[in-house]
Design a protein. Sequence first.
Length: 355
Amino acid sequence: MKETSHSSITKTIGLVPGSVVYVGKKKSTDLYIEVFDYNKTFLEEKELNDIEETYAYIDSKPITWININGLNHTSAIEKIGNYCNLHPLILEDIANTHQRPKIDEYEDYLFVVLKMLYFDQDQKLIIEHISFVLGDGFVLTFQESNGDVFDTIRNRIRNDKGRIRSLGADYLLYALMDAVVDNYFNLTEAMADKIEELEDDLFEEKSKDDITHDIQNLKREILKIRRAVYPLREVVNRLEKSEHKLISKKTQFYLRDLYDHIIQVSENVEIYRDMVWGLMDMYMTTISNKMNEVMKVLTIIATIFIPLTFLAGIYGMNFENIPELKYKYGYYIFWGALLIIFAGLVAYFKRKKWL
């Protein structure tokens, strides 16, 4: 995994700034283009085969959402970027999946980069690079592949639910970003369930041999989520305070609420991060306690047998003039003394609650 990441980053070293190079792992994704063209009384939903077919929708009067899946199709990204007069550095960041979340403001458009996070069917954390371009009356979204968290937005547009069909493209951008952030809550809840399950296993001493591996995986997932969420606070804060002509005052109120959600997610991530780091300490403490219990038992056994071994050593010496050797009942007295010492030590340890 590391070698793949390093090799993909190496591809961009030495290139001219603005070069559109896809560095992700989904190089076989087909180009998929969907369009929602709408206002309060009109809706057209369509799938397109050619990027050039989107030009007419970009210039249309209704609000337009153009969703493009397949960042490996860099020629299509360059075509639509040139048509919309997007800066070459924006096109570079769209295809660069290693770009951190950020916002760039230009005179005629806004550019936002986020990370879409979710767990797949195997409970593996998926991080997908997604970019937004807000223009005059349109929003462009660029995704790595099919499958996203925008189905609720599509249904709201189709069924005219909420305010989305009544407000502008800036509200559409807010709604799409809000869908991404709302999914962060689902993600953190899933992380909380994983942490609680590991905690229960540790407390109930049901820990598996590979529990350290599970904890390390959790730590890595939390760090990945943290890298995706923390920069987003600055992005939404700048967007909410922006005086750009494309952001209306009404939408800024919604962006303020989105910022509150980001802060809440960030706090949850910090809490879970501390909990995950504490899991390893808890595991090591559990192992140490088990070892201490074993050592205590062995120490008590050794302590009990020390005087018994001492007596056995004395009477096992080859001296003819040991007085007790001539007693008729010396053997039985010897065993009686051993049993009394053994019982006395056991009673003493129990009174001390060491047993």
